[in-house]
Design a binder for this molecule. Structure first.
Ligand code: FES
Length: 168
């Protein structure tokens, strides 16, 4: 049986869509709602959203696959987004990414075998003033050093989070 959104989620998406001249204006919000409900987005989730918005599933898939911030079925518990835009790059984000890659034993868009971490690159995370930075799930970590990154991994492995960690 294909994925079905809960009636209350369908209703919420319809309410959102009603605010726009065309229902696809609510697409990103609808995908977020589906992500919250299913835990990730896949082709069936796209189809469920498409059915509510009256859009072709391929159009929904096209938008979903364009954005890197939607959780995929293969993603680990903690998705690490290392900013790769110029201000962060000038402050060492490439070295930070390479360090995390080596520590975790995974490359870009790969997930550790224990499904704990997925490593990704992101465009500007809007925290340029405290570069280099990364986002892990909903939490920001800024002004990072390699030692801080090691500690963050250790904390996450121990089940701790350190949101808005800033040193500058
Ligand atoms: S360039 Fe990294 S947060 Fe803006």
């Amino acid at each position: 049986m294909p994925k079905q959104l809960k009636p209350e989620t369908v209703e919420r998406i319809k309410q959102l869509a009603a605010r726009y001249p065309k229902p696809d204006g609510a697409l990103l919000s609808a995908l977020r709602a589906a992500e919250r409900e299913f835990g990730y987005i896949d082709a069936e989730a796209c189809e469920a959203v498409a059915n509510v918005l009256g859009m072709p599933p391929a159009a929904v898939w096209g938008v979903f696959s364009f954005y890197t911030t939607f959780r995929k079925e293969t993603d680990g518990k903690h998705i690490i987004y290392v900013c790769s835009t110029l201000p962060c790059a000038m402050r060492g984000s490439e070295r930070l990414f390479d360090h995390l890659s080596e520590k975790l034993g995974v490359g870009k868009d790969e997930t550790t075998p224990d499904k704990l971490f997925t490593l990704k690159k992101a465009e500007c995370l809007a925290a340029c003033g405290t570069a280099p930075c990364m986002q892990i799930n909903e939490d920001y970590y800024e002004g990072l050093t390699l030692e801080m990154a090691d500690q963050i991994l250790e904390d996450l492995r121990a089940g701790k989070t350190r949101a808005r960690h800033v040193t500058q």
